[in-house]
Ligand binder design. Sequence first.
Ligand code: HEC
Length: 321
Amino acid sequence: MAKPKINRFWSTAITLVAIYAFVKWGIPAASREITGMPFPLPVPTTLIFFYMALTLIALFLLVTFSDEFLDEFMAPIKKMLRGGYGKAVRTVILVAIPLIAGWQTYDYLVPRAEMAVSLRIQHPSSNFPKAYEDKTNPFAAPSDAMVKAFVEQAKSGEVAFIEQLDEDISFWMDETGPDHMLEFIATPPMNKFLDALKSGEPDMKTARDALIEKHLVEGRALYAMNCRPCHGDSVAGDGPMADGYKLRPINFTDNGTLETIVEGYTFWRVENGGVGLPLEATPWDSAMPEWKLSLTDDERWKIIMAEYNLAEKTPRIPEKH
Ligand code: HEC
């Protein structure tokens, strides 16, 4: 049985409409299935334009492939123009085409007042677990036990750093041959601690200040390894990758960010990233990664400590509830 043959004019028209429908509605519908999010991801208008331009070029090549194809394509058009389908049909089509084109142009150009886009809630609290609210950073205020353990390590000359720094520190020690490995951190509180260590037993406060310096160095190193590409060296949200995001990585030096939230919130936010945010944080989804997948609790606390320190901000104090 021969395949039912449809005229090349109509197959071209159907292909054009089908491709447009697929790009305009099919892809957003599929995106909803794939991402499981409650809203579709639309295809940008410029991209639709490119797809349709490419489709038109392909169809043009197909239709003009041979005289035979072209004649077949033109046949219904010529027939219509000669009144082959009736004069009424011809009149309707010839009036409709300029009207549609005119209306489209008008619609595109007419100035209109638009509603402001709804504001995104940067710190939605609807799914922020209460238990996090009172969490405090164990590395910013080290316990007596932590300080004592640190003093013991310092006395033995073998202080345990995060493993990510091991290679750098041993390289630095080979190069410089220091008296003590803690000279790696040449800040006033650390120098004071090392002096006290030489002349006997350092007091708790001096040791605690030095330990905080060590945690800051670890936190900064982890920040540089994980967060810098987006949030930047200067913690101002201007890392090399930052420009690629519509919702820019947060500028931590801005007063409306780290300082307005309690430390437990920052911890929760870093833990769960953009995917952990509730609907109020849309329409622009955050590219912030879900750090619980690749960093330990301790690493995240140290980074947060460094982040506040680099931004010269202090966390908001939790209200007693
Ligand atoms: C892929 C880029 C990217 C990386 C890498 C990244 N972030 Fe983000 N981060 C973002 C974006 C984008 C936002 C803004 C989103 C928002 O407001 O929800 C953000 C927001 C944040 C916020 C929220 C601040 C606030 O006031 O709500 C914190 C805290 C944060 N990032 C910490 C970190 C830490 C810590 C790291 C490293 C462990 C890190 N980020 C790495 C992209 C990134």
